[in-house]
Design a protein around this ligand. Structure first.
Ligand SMILES: Cc1cc2nc3c(=O)[nH]c(=O)nc-3n(C[C@H](O)[C@H](O)[C@H](O)COP(=O)(O)OP(=O)(O)OC[C@H]3O[C@@H](n4cnc5c(N)ncnc54)[C@H](O)[C@@H]3O)c2cc1C
Length: 398
């Protein structure tokens, strides 16, 4: 059978299996588990969907079968995504486990580390946090100071991480730590996996501008981490950690090929605004300049989606390199423009924080606009992505 026929076969089988097995409650907007043992999956269909998909290896379809995946090719992965989207099902599992540290272990881990971690990640056993940023290490990430002291079989960790998303619900955290203070800063860093359920690790929530906050400061006081859980060689954490960032950015850029991605398609902003203002005489949709901005944004968003698909189809590696930075910068700009335009089109009703004068939809729009400010910061700011593009794509000097 030729490649096209094989792929059609795979599509037919996939469609049949999904029709038979996807529970009704796993379709449409709703919960997507990320593995945390501290958050119970509220809905039985969501839990069943995770179990069934993990059984097929379809929480991480492109991972090898021996590590909990299904060994799908990129083309098969894209067919599976399309078929899942076609029936409006949610991703069965998400999070930093299958999307950030999983592919990093797949690329850099020893056979023992792969055997220890990957299958449980694929089943969603354990919620993962990211321990990169520190009070004095954000864009200048190589400045991390969290100290790891060699104690034989373990490292003793002392120091602080900040902006730890989901920290209060985390079971594990992958951390960039300083294992050598005597060498240039990029050369004394290691990436290590740390159990968050130990007395030496403490998390403290930090409030966000949008009001919601599973966002934390994480302190380490004589916490321990197994030496066997250093991913990549000791002191090679700068290269391993940068690769993990590419996996993270491939999620933000919508070109991840590890886990199945969030499937809900955003409604057209033109439709959203028209629907809201249609009933009102003289609503802002009648304003020509707003209409022009809406249409321009819609066209750019569609081109962006087509570019995402092209990048996914063309790239050979699991995480595309510089294309990820380009897409992340553009995607962040479009998301911010979209939420800003949405909020502005509501006029003064779009700036309510709480109170009876505002509908729940208006309040949600304000909060979405505020939380969207973060998209050009997390995973490396847009300025840092532009620096990467300038150096690695355009070859410009430092
Ligand atoms: C919602 C959210 C979730 C996050 N989750 C996590 C998480 O789970 N784990 C984690 O480790 N971190 C997390 N972060 C932290 C994030 O990675 C950092 O905020 C980001 O890397 C920027 O670092 P900083 O905040 O220290 O800003 P700074 O590095 O202090 O930057 C301040 C400003 O200066 C600019 N700037 C700095 N250096 C340069 C330069 N060389 N050239 C041009 N401009 C420059 C930046 O672009 C930025 O505008 C999260 C952040 C947010 C907003």
């Amino acid at each position: 059978m030729n490649e096209a026929a094989n792929l059609q076969n795979f599509r037919d089988e996939t469609r049949g299996w999904l029709a038979e097995n996807c529970p009704a409650g796993a379709k449409g907007p709703g919960e997507i588990p990320w593995g945390s043992s501290k958050l119970e999956i509220a809905d039985a269909d969501t839990a069943r969907w995770l179990e069934l998909m993990a059984g097929k290896g379809w929480t991480v379809p492109t991972w090898p079968k021996e590590y909990g995946g299904a060994g799908l090719t990129k083309q098969e992965f894209m067919v599976l995504q399309e078929e899942i989207r076609r029936i409006g099902a949610r991703a069965p599992l998400t999070g930093r486990g299958i999307n950030y540290i999983g592919p990093t272990i797949l690329e850099f881990g020893t056979p023992e580390q792969k055997a220890k971690w990957l299958a449980r990640l694929a089943r969603g056993e354990g919620g993962w946090c990211m321990g990169y940023s520190e009070p004095a290490a954000g864009s200048d990430l190589a400045n991390v100071q969290l100290r790891a002291t060699d104690q034989g079989d373990v490292y003793l960790l002392n120091g602080m991480k900040t902006w730890t998303s989901d920290g209060i619900y985390g079971d594990w955290i992958f951390c960039l730590v300083r294992t050598d203070r005597e060498v240039p800063k990029h050369e004394g860093i290691s990436l290590i996996l740390v159990d968050m359920n130990q007395p030496g690790v403490r998390v403290r929530p930090i409030s966000l501008i949008s009001g919601s906050s599973p966002f934390c400061e994480t302190s380490f006081e004589d916490a321990t981490a197994e030496k066997d859980d250093v991913i990549g060689a000791v002191n090679s954490g700068w290269s391993v950690g940068k690769r993990l960032l590419q996996y993270e950015r491939s999620i933000h850029a919508g070109v991840n090929t590890s886990g199945i991605q969030r499937q809900e398609r955003e409604a057209s902003l033109v439709d959203v605004v028209r629907q809201y203002h249609g009933a009102k005489q003289g609503g802002r949709i009648s304003d020509a300049s707003v209409r022009e901005r809406l249409v321009r944004l819609e066209m750019e968003s569609r081109s962006y989606q087509l570019t995402q698909r092209r990048v996914m189809a063309e790239t050979q590696a699991r995480a595309p390199s510089t294309a990820t930075s380009i897409l992340k910068v553009t995607g962040a700009r479009l998301t911010k423009e979209r939420t800003e335009l949405h909020q502005q089109s509501f006029g003064v009703q779009g700036i309510g924080w709480e109170g009876p004068g505002f509908s729940s939809r208006e309040l949600e729009t304000t909060r979405t606009w505020l939380s969207s400010r973060a998209v050009s910061i997390y995973g490396g700011t847009s300025e840092i992505q532009l620096n990467i593009i300038a150096k690695r794509v355009l070859g410009l000097p430092d």
